[in-house]
Write a protein of this length. Sequence first.
Length: 188
Amino acid sequence: MPPSWLLGNWFITYSNQELYHVFRNFIWTLTRPCADDVCYSLDATHLSDLASFQLVNDTQRPNATYFGYSLDTAIAESAYHSVPTGSLASQNNTYEVLSWGYDSLGAAFVVVYETPAMSETVASLDIFSRDPAGPSNDTLDAIEAGIQRLGNKNLIDLLTNVTKTPQDGGRDNDPWPSCNATCRTNGA
């Protein structure tokens, strides 16, 4: 995978992770970390990881957007250890890109395996897309067939519980997510 290919905004469109189904309009934003207006090079081993989402049943603030920031460090090709900052630091985990490419309609997609975090989450299989609707149906079928062909029982078991996540257009008119100095500390 080219170093810059994963950078940018990704919609979390399918997952077996129950937590991701409590969130709606979940966007995963990966950028090069910057400090004092100096950014890491494209081939650096670190990524700034910003998760932004709304909550499905938020009656108090239904259109509020919440953020979580992490610093991801490459540990192998296409695999990263993700460590949130501040009070969320114990929620670290590792993710690996299993597959990436473009669907039959030309939208980029990526398939990711995540280890459980310390917050009692389970391991997950996630499908991200540059399109909030997710990859095309024939591409989803090809992803499923590819995972089946791997023959990894754990991945196949996760795949059986992968379902569409809530993307309802509630952030369509918002600017792309960004993270200031306060955000980068997760409010610590």
